[in-house]
Design a protein around this ligand. Structure first.
Ligand code: TXA
Ligand code: MG
Length: 317
């Protein structure tokens, strides 16, 4: 897919792609992001598929109006003050989220938190406004490679997987945003980034706690410990569900299924439904247990199986 100049016409074109559930590479002041409509579950699933990640990671939702922060998340006084000072800019908040729907459940990787920022780049802001939806965007690189800071590096990194790339020039900040967890009584730094801790502390008037982990590492907050797991036992790779089990099927090979992640066996559709179905299954209190059909361990199926395996052993609750 081509690299295109950020003319008003091309921004409209890219916004139209976002609205249609397609992916677009969006320049920001930190790094280039692989963007999709945060409210379209299949589009969000496509991000994970394209990045080739073996597990689901919560994504940052990008907004173009600071007032929308309170629309999606429970923003306390700290968040409001910091947003006033540093937005638009390289600062991302983790806050308790307000909404549940299949797209946000997947974008938030099943966490009760939502990760939000308002980027300081005219092209990103124009794109988000034209698309009229929050845009989720991880850095626009494949799994385990470096976050790209120009359109050409993005193209090089994504190769023939690259969707439309809006060229916003070289990123002025060049490192990812600072991620601050505000779900805790003391503000906690999850990832150092483009905005320094000193600056944050001077506005907050308090010391920020430094998380011991790296957010790219699975033991970091949000990656394992706070992940949603069903409250009842879950069996995976099940082809013979018991009568007392709420059964989530996949494809046509299964017999009785209370829900089916994808009747046609489409892994992107299955990923789009996964978190929402786990919530839904867990709400069926007349079943003491849950079971899920086998999912092929290829492509997005690996991320789905990673999530299901951890939900099944419940070691991460
Ligand atoms: O500068 C940036 O933040 C760029 C641009 C595109 O905005 N985005 C970016 O996204 O770096 P990503 O997905 O590559 O990195 C976000 C990191 C991931 O490691 C993710 O696991 C972590 O933030 N993260 C997101 N939500 C989290 C949460 N609720 N708790 C803990 N970690 C979280
Ligand atoms: Mg990244």
């Amino acid at each position: 897919m081509p690299i295109i100049a950020p003319t008003p016409q091309n921004i409209q074109l890219a916004a139209e792609q976002i609205r249609q559930g397609k992916l677009v590479v969006m320049p920001t002041e930190t790094v280039y992001g692989l963007g999709a409509d945060a409210l379209n579950a299949a589009a969000v699933a496509h991000i994970f598929e394209l990045k080739n990640r073996p597990r689901f990671n919560p994504l940052i939702s990008h907004i173009a109006d600071a007032a929308l922060l309170s629309e999606y998340a429970i923003a306390d006084e700290r968040a409001i003050i910091l947003a006033q000072h540093f937005w638009p800019g390289p600062l991302t908040f983790v806050l308790k989220r307000k909404h549940h729907n299949p797209a946000l459940d997947l974008a938030c990787a099943g966490l009760e938190t939502m990760t939000i920022r308002m980027p300081n780049h005219p092209v990103a802001l124009a794109l988000i406004r034209a698309a009229n939806t929050p845009i989720v965007a991880p850095s626009a690189n494949l799994f385990q490679s470096i976050s790209p800071t120009t359109a050409a590096l993005t193209q090089q990194n994504l190769g023939n997987r690259a969707p439309l790339i809006l060229d916003g020039g070289p990123c002025s900040v060049g490192v990812e945003s600072t991620i601050l967890d505000l779900t805790t009584p003391r503000a906690t730094l999850l990832r150092p980034g483009g905005l320094s801790v000193d600056k944050l502390e001077s506005v907050l008037n308090e010391k920020i706690i430094l998380a011991d982990g790296n957010t790219n590492h699975p033991t970091a907050p949000g990656q394992l410990k706070k992940h949603y797991a069903p409250s009842r036992p879950l069996r995976i790779n099940v082809t013979d569900p018991q009568p007392n089990e709420f059964y989530i099927g996949f494809g046509t090979t299964t017999g009785r299924a209370d829900l089916n992640l994808s009747p046609s066996g489409d892994l992107r559709e299955a990923a789009a439904n996964l978190f929402a179905f786990l919530y839904q299954a867990d709400a069926q209190t007349d079943y003491p247990a849950l079971a899920v059909a086998p999912i092929p361990n290829i492509g997005l199926g690996m991320a789905i199986n990673d999530r299901l395996t951890r939900a099944a052993c419940q070691s991460d609750t």
